[in-house]
Design a protein around this ligand. Structure first.
Ligand code: NAD
Length: 264
């Protein structure tokens, strides 16, 4: 992959720490020669993200909280000031109130439904609006989704509904931006133990279930998601847009529990 992203400049939104999927993608992109800009959400994460960005020879371009559009404006203004243009954006942002990632979807509150949709779904469109202006030479926008968008997964609840809307947004954005050669895709990653995932009820059980029942009989890593992302971010994927690509050890093709799966 050396040189695959040489000369490309990418903005990565959603690194919280060294277990973040966005960090796996950032490492792979840097290894492939990309120049990177990272954001952090709030001062508590700043001190984690700054050394990580440095490790990759990248920049930190500010605080980004997608519920405050002025922070997105500031981040894109800083990218424009630095580079004048942009080749790719990684959107790895999601949030829902932890108390509603357990129990029944039926009990979702209106306030948390709106917040989850805003942060986990609308924010991709908000990012794409700003990225369009800087992708004068075409570009690639990548978001992260999960199988809970397609099928009901225990405890995923309102996040599953938001991911379904996110995947639909990928398709609509792909059409709107296609003429400008800006591609929009998603990776549907298998479960990985990250900060965000720790909010989901019975997550350890979900990990084990995927390990025992996926075709590859294991869970995936952030580095594997990162390497798959290279295809979509680079010119290797130049004819691919509107796609939801599963990086999940093949779990999404399985119809029932494996007959030889141990009890969990
Ligand atoms: P993570 O906790 O490392 O990353 C989530 C990020 O979202 C954090 O950096 C956080 O700062 C950011 N974020 C939350 N609210 C925000 C807001 N209002 N403004 C700006 N940023 C905000 O966890 P992760 O698992 O790496 O999550 C990244 C993406 O991957 C999410 O979209 C998640 O749904 C998706 N995903 C995760 C898994 C998994 O099992 N971990 C599987 C499939 C998809």
């Amino acid at each position: 992959v050396q040189g695959l992203l040489a000369g490309k400049r990418g903005l990565i939104l959603g690194v919280a720490n060294n277990r973040s999927i966005a960090w796996g993608i950032a490492k792979a992109a840097a290894d492939a020669g990309a120049e990177l800009a990272l954001t952090y959400q709030g001062d508590a994460l700043r001190k984690r993200v700054e050394p990580l960005a440095q490790q990759l020879g990248g920049q930190v371009v500010g605080h980004c909280d997608v519920t405050d559009p002025s922070t997105l404006d500031a981040v894109f203004a800083e990218v424009e000031r630095l580079w004048g243009r942009l080749d790719f954006v990684v959107h790895a942002i999601a949030f829902s109130d932890k108390s509603e990632l357990d129990g029944r979807y039926l009990d979702t509150s209106e306030a948390n439904f709106n917040k989850t949709m805003n942060v986990s779904c609308y924010s991709l469109t908000a990012v794409a609006q700003r990225a369009e202006k800087l992708m004068s030479d075409g570009g690639s926008i990548l978001t992260l989704t999960y199988y809970g968008a397609e099928k009901v997964m225990p405890h995923y609840n309102v996040m599953g509904v938001a991911k379904a809307a996110l995947e639909a947004s990928v398709r609509y954005l792909a059409v709107d931006l296609g003429r400008q050669n800006i591609r929009v895709n998603a990776i549907s990653a298998g479960p990985i133990k990250t900060l965000a995932a720790s909010g989901i009820g019975d997550f350890r059980y979900i990990l084990k279930w995927n390990e025992y029942n996926s075709p590859l009989k294991r869970v995936v890593t952030i580095d594997e998601v990162g390497q798959s992302a290279l295809y979509l971010l680079s010119d290797m994927g130049r004819a691919v847009t509107g796609e939801v690509h599963h990086v999940d050890s093949g779990y999404h093709v399985v119809g029932m529990k494996a007959v030889d799966a141990p009890d969990i």
